[in-house]
Design a protein around this ligand. Structure first.
Ligand code: GN1
Ligand code: MG
Length: 379
């Protein structure tokens, strides 16, 4: 008989052992722990012991192929982007060991392997001495997060966009997402629509606003860039010693997009006073100090590379991305939780309501936000 802990550990090990055996990890396997921060892929931290007794940690991930239908295309995007940034950092004389993800080869020389269930796995070296923050205690960190994401985007300004696969088509196409939302309401697969009148009305009221970035791209007012597309605070690792942004991670959704998406998603997640799935709506507002710090860091890095219009419209990105996430969470709730991982039956509804509350706060502060970004262009 195994005790409860051992049973849990064995189940975990059984899930991942086939994958572990296929990578060129250094040393002897010691332990694994599941990290539960992502909503899509499954992520594990592995510890190995090298022959000199030192520990070496890796991150092992199972790619969710419902979401990422072509994992080879995802990995090709990521490795191309990393190579591009690697060259730039080296040319500037930087040590890239902790500034970029370093993927581990499989024994047959690939970056992906499959287990007997057909699942796809990849692994990279765990970056030491850095922290992925879910919320901010020290506001200076958010300035650094802004700089980190700004620098990432700047480094990709001359990346040939035609090399990129669109791994999730229309990822931030809020017009298409709205159609998917309407279709989900019509289907009502999970029988949940009747309880959602208020939330559905809220999103219908914002349909025009939500389309504004897509419309401005179509009208040639906003240019397409190569963007990260998932710029949550915990996707920029901050160096524990220097407090500086070290490495941008989670490059699965690097695709052509608008700079407003990256800026806006980072504000949505990081400048909120509460977690993305906070159930107590009274806790959710926008921290304007954090908003300003992130904006300053982001704009300082890429001001020269963005057009004046893009900078002026950055706060629109915060509104649109927050509304997009409200829409996506609610659509998934209506569909019976097919896309995002959930930890309770109403988790997606709680997330959607939290994003709606945040959006009303952003709307109330919108003019102040635009004034602030405009003041940065004038200077
Ligand atoms: C998903 O799995 P994670 O946390 O990296 C999602 C993002 C959402 C985010 C919301 C591919 O990202 O778009 O903004 O959840 N990723 C995908 O927390 O859909
Ligand atoms: Mg992600």
């Amino acid at each position: 008989m195994h005790n409860k802990f051992e049973r849990g550990w064995l189940m975990l090990y059984n899930d991942i052992k086939q994958a572990i055996r296929q990578f060129n990890f250094e040393g002897k396997y010691l332990s694994a722990e599941e990290l539960r921060s992502g909503n899509i892929n499954s992520t594990y931290r592995l510890t190995f012991v090298k022959s000199d007794g030192a520990r070496q940690e890796y991150i092992l991930q199972r790619i969710n192929t419902v979401v990422f239908k072509d994992p080879y295309a995802v990995m090709e995007n990521i490795t191309n982007v990393i190579d591009h940034i690697d060259k730039k950092l080296r040319a500037a004389g930087e040590d890239t060991s902790r500034r970029l993800l370093h993927f581990v080869n499989t024994k047959d020389g690939s970056y992906l392997c499959r287990d007997s269930t057909g699942a796809f796995w990849r692994a990279y070296v765990f970056v030491d001495g850095v922290t992925a923050y879910n919320s901010i205690d020290d506001p200076a960190l958010f300035y650094e997060a802004g700089r980190g994401f700004g620098e990432f985007q700047k480094n990709l300004f001359d990346f040939p966009a035609e090399l990129l696969h669109e791994t999730i088509p229309d990822f931030h196409n809020t017009k298409r997402r709205f159609y998917a939302f309407v279709a989900a309401i019509a289907d009502d697969k999970a029988g949940r629509v009747r309880e959602l009148e208020e939330e559905i009305d809220f999103l219908f009221d914002r349909r025009k606003m939500m389309s504004e970035i897509v419309d401005k791209i179509d009208a040639g007012i906003l240019p397409m860039r190569v963007t990260h597309n998932d710029t949550k605070l915990n996707n920029v690792l901050i160096d524990n010693k220097t407090g500086k942004a070290a490495c941008v991670i989670d490059l699965d959704t690097v695709m052509p997009g608008s700079s407003l998406y990256d800026y806006g998603d980072a504000i949505r997640f990081g400048a909120s006073t509460a977690a993305e799935d906070e159930a107590d709506l009274s806790k959710i507002t926008v921290n304007m100090e954090l908003f300003k710090l992130f904006t300053k860091g982001f704009v300082e890095e890429i001001a020269n590379a963005l057009t004046k219009e893009e900078i002026h419209y950055l706060p629109l990105g915060a509104k649109v991305m927050t509304c997009e996430l409200a829409l996506r969470f609610l659509t998934d709730y209506i569909n019976g939780d097919e896309y995002f991982k959930v930890n309770s039956p109403d988790h997606n509804l709680i997330r959607a309501r939290a994003q709606m509350k945040l959006l009303t706060e952003l709307e109330a502060k919108y003019e102040e936000m635009v004034e602030y970004v405009d003041s940065l262009i004038e200077n």
